[in-house]
Design a protein around this ligand. Structure first.
Ligand code: URA
Length: 220
């Protein structure tokens, strides 16, 4: 058993916050732990809670498409989340997804930290603002700062992109909801990770490569 497998086993029994009470699964993460690129989302939704796998609902399907548009798939990256259990409110026996609270993010952070330290990726791609606020800086602005490289304690650099669930909400007949930005950010993160893998000659600090990105976000 690898150290990452042992961490997963331990995480499956976590009761550090209230999300453990009604969960069906702990969604630890999956993919290639030897990858130089880790994608960190917000947290599992309904489908992820039912299957125990990250990003397998509608947002996940869009993420898969954006990976494929870069010639990538799930065997080439590692995918996990800021919180490992579904955050939702219950009303009349029905669950409604909600963002995880600060306390829930803090309770889950030791798992994420250990996971990232074991994987030791070159680049972390934060998928959505909650992930960027947790791993880059508290006041991260996805509108102003997506697509740029930042220092990160768990990789050579971190970069944030739009969450595919946000993109799905924005998409209309005449706009892609920011999908092209997601594809571009994944491509840049992968290219930077590859450069860093190739050694010092190729590995110009990716933070230097970060052109300032001033995207036009639909609906913002
Ligand atoms: N959204 C996320 O942030 N993570 C998932 O695993 C699924 C949806």
């Amino acid at each position: 058993m690898t150290e990452l497998d042992a961490l997963r086993e331990a995480c499956l029994g976590c009761t550090a916050c209230g999300l453990s009470v009604r969960r069906n699964s702990v969604v630890f993460g999956e993919g290639n732990p030897a990858s130089p690129l880790v994608l960190v989302g917000e947290g599992p939704g309904e489908t992820e809670d039912l299957t125990g796998r990250p990003f397998v609902g509608k947002a996940g399907q869009l993420l898969d498409r954006a990976l494929a548009d870069n010639g990538l798939d799930r065997t080439m990256v590692y995918i996990c989340n800021t919180v490992k259990c579904r955050a939702c409110d219950w009303n009349d026996g029905r669950a409604r997804n909600r963002p995880p609270t600060e306390a829930e993010v803090a309770a889950c952070r030791p798992w994420l930290e250990r996971q990232l330290r074991l994987i030791a990726p070159k680049i972390i791609l934060c998928v959505g603002a909650p992930s960027a606020k947790n791993l880059i800086k508290k006041d991260f602005s996805i509108t102003r700062e997506r697509g740029r490289y930042f220092p990160c304690a768990f990789a050579r650099a971190a970069i944030a992109t739009l969450h595919p669930a946000y993109i799905l909400r924005q998409q209309g007949a005449d706009n892609d909801g920011g999908y092209s930005l997601l594809v571009r950010d994944i491509g840049r993160a992968w290219a930077a990770a590859q450069r860093l893998l190739q050694g010092p000659e190729a590995s110009k600090d990716p933070r230097d490569a970060g052109e300032a990105c001033q995207p036009t976000l639909p609906g913002v």
